[in-house]
Design a protein around this ligand. Structure first.
Ligand code: GLY
Length: 402
């Protein structure tokens, strides 16, 4: 068995109960912004993205250097993970909804023409970032959703394809079998005992984890994928990429694309395709985008809030910190709940100054993975985000008993 049950539980639980967060004073946490970010002088052209865009920045930067359009550059970055079947955050291979269907969301804004396009809840079309751009270019609308968006995509020459990879299908079945009363072994199956206690909240976590592992083995999930599959079944992740770019003419664009939240209710749409929440670009000011908890970001219109803050003279870091503080305010600064919120903002100002800012330093129990912003301004690099609170966010839902 490749997964260490003890290690998995202890890392997950450590993130759930770490006392470090329970005693943090809010003013101390806000003092994090004093640390500053990206002190190097602003340079153009520049392209910034969520960390998962790192591998695709070279081509995007070269396009900017050659005088290319900023949205074309941005789309070069975000279509990378969309086309990668092994990237489970977006596009092909994205994690499906509770019915096993991948539903994708995206939006984009083109600064020079001050135009926008968006699509939500799209099935069977992997490059929803490109589709959002076609909505922008070839319709009088800004946003298309669901079946209408899919039919529009086909009319515009996009190919329908099954976005659920074999790995994604097995992961979804693992979630289904361990969270449903009717999927998985029935009473007549030799494995019927694995269903005992399946729905009891009080069930011992070691026993529950043992059953999930057994189900993973029975589904043929390979040992190297088993640990991450089990983690995503217990703690449904979101996965998203945002990218913004600025060329030497001072032109800006931005795009955000996602498969949303794993095992979501069909039709659930997060912040990513919402202009002003998942992405906002104002040619006069800057471009901003978000990854993380869509529900929280929608409530503060994160990307638009950041751009308005820049307009009023805040730095990229201050502008994004203010958006995070609005999320904090929505929970009356109650860290018992905020610890389950994961939020990252990416900000690019019109002069090339930028910031990557997060509520927490990293994701849930994946302590070894800090939030990062990928930057290319002639030198490609990953930088840790500046976080409002120290330490990682906690995985949702909480684990009640070890
Ligand atoms: N931020 C991605 C989502 O919540 O759908």
């Amino acid at each position: 068995m490749s997964l260490s049950r003890r290690g998995f539980i202890s890392s997950a639980l450590a993130a759930s109960v770490s006392p470090k967060f329970c005693h943090l004073e809010i003013d101390q946490a806000f003092a994090a912004e004093e640390k500053g970010h990206s002190p190097t002088p602003a340079k153009t052209p520049i392209v910034i993205s969520a960390g998962n865009g790192y591998n695709y920045l070279d081509e995007a930067y070269e396009l900017l250097r050659a005088g290319g359009d900023t949205l074309d550059s941005v789309l070069k970055v975000v279509t990378g993970p969309e086309n990668d079947p092994n990237d489970q955050s977006v596009g092909l291979g994205g994690r499906p909804n509770e019915e096993g269907v991948v539903e994708l969301d995206a939006c984009c804004m083109h600064g020079p023409t001050r135009s926008a396009g968006a699509v939500g809840g799209v099935r069977n079309i992997k490059n929803v970032s490109l589709l959002a751009n076609v909505v922008r270019q070839h319709t009088g609308h800004v946003m298309l959703v669901g079946e209408g968006a899919e039919r529009f995509a086909v009319a515009e020459g996009f190919r329908r394809e099954n976005l659920l990879t074999e790995a994604g299908r097995k992961e979804w079945l693992l979630w289904k079998e361990t969270h449903s009363d009717w999927w998985g072994p029935g009473l007549s199956s030799p494995s019927w005992r694995s269903r005992l206690g399946a729905r009891r909240q009080s069930e011992d976590w070691s026993e529950r984890l043992r059953r999930i592992e057994e189900a993973a083995v029975n589904l043929g999930i390979s040992p190297e994928l088993r640990s991450s599959a089990i983690r995503s079944v217990i703690f449904p992740p979101t996965g998203t990429i945002h990218c913004s770019a600025l060329n030497t003419n001072g032109e800006l664009s931005g795009c955000t694309t996602t498969s949303g939240l794993a095992w979501k209710i069909p039709g659930r749409v997060g912040d990513s395709p919402l202009i002003g929440a998942g992405c906002y670009t104002d040619q006069d000011i800057g471009s901003a985008g978000a990854t993380g908890s869509g529900e929280e970001n929608i409530k503060v219109s994160g990307a638009h809030t950041i751009i308005e803050n820049l307009r009023h003279g805040l730095s990229p870091l201050e502008a994004a910190m203010d958006a995070l503080k609005r999320i904090v305010r929505n929970y009356s600064a109650d860290r018992d709940r905020l610890k389950y919120v994961d939020m990252v903002y990416y900000v690019l100002r019109k002069d090339g100054a930028y910031a990557g800012v997060s509520l927490w330093e990293g994701y849930g129990s994946a302590r070894e993975k800090p939030h990062q912003i990928a930057v290319h301004d002639g030198r490609k690099r990953l930088e840790k985000t500046v976080s409002l609170f120290p330490g990682p966010s906690h995985d949702w839902p909480p684990i009640f008993s070890p």
